[in-house]
Design a protein around this ligand. Sequence first.
Ligand SMILES: [Zn+2]
Length: 295
Amino acid sequence: MSHKRRIINKSVWLCLAFSPVLFSCAEDATEFDFLDSESMSDDWVSVAETLTTTSEGERSRCKSLMQPRLIYSDDVNNIYTFYDLNRDVLFSNAIVESPAYDEYIAWLDEKNMEADVDVFDQRAVLIRQRDVFVKYLGEEHAYNFDLILDGRAGILSPMNCLQSIIFDIQNREHPLSEAPSEGLGAILRRKFADFYVFKIYAQTEGDYIPSTEKLREFVAKDVAAGWEWFVHMHNHPFMFDGPFDIAGTVIPSSPDLAAYESHRNQFGLKVGWITNGLDSLHLDTEEVDLFRQDF
Ligand SMILES: [Zn+2]
């Protein structure tokens, strides 16, 4: 490895590590061209290894390495991007420290006192919605719920740190306690030596239904440049004002399934994440074919 390359690697690492104050140093993915190089210094790898040594569950550890940077804005959407590494804490159940998130939980605590189901129990919320759908829409609507509830498709788990970071970006701009909305996330990854670098997008959504067009443009460019589209993420809000349904379930809708299928076929998308800010579904995009999409 040339001396110059070693210096570049060091400077990129510094950008990642101290990005809250220096985040302008990583202006563009092209600054990460070193990822394409055939060699990587051992000291870089050892730095990454030390980053993965973290105790799980400590809330204060759940932080992105870089400050998300605004890269697009229109009337209803903002799109942010940041880089991170495959640190264990990102996939632990430590939740980001955020007053906005705490307000969300306080709102749910309040709503939970009046609700006829424990909103913090995702299985119970899924069963409740399944029964409402069966009652008003027909028996066939139980099918996809049972796939998840029986463990035949997807994995239900508490929201993880990375999901909470992306969820928090949406909830800070458009508090879910005020109106339902769905923010989007896209996590791309690139293997280097024995660890992954993640390029993460978070799209905030002012309207209820997210528009994916702009985000897809960014992702398409990255995929063409060699990044792998690892995860598509979005949130499902609770809607306590509905006459029957309170929403807040992490089951994919028919449009979600169609999107996963299309992103899988077009961009090689691996995983779909849906979270309600408490619990999440992790769905391998190969599992999409197990679901009914005819309603
Ligand atoms: Zn959805």
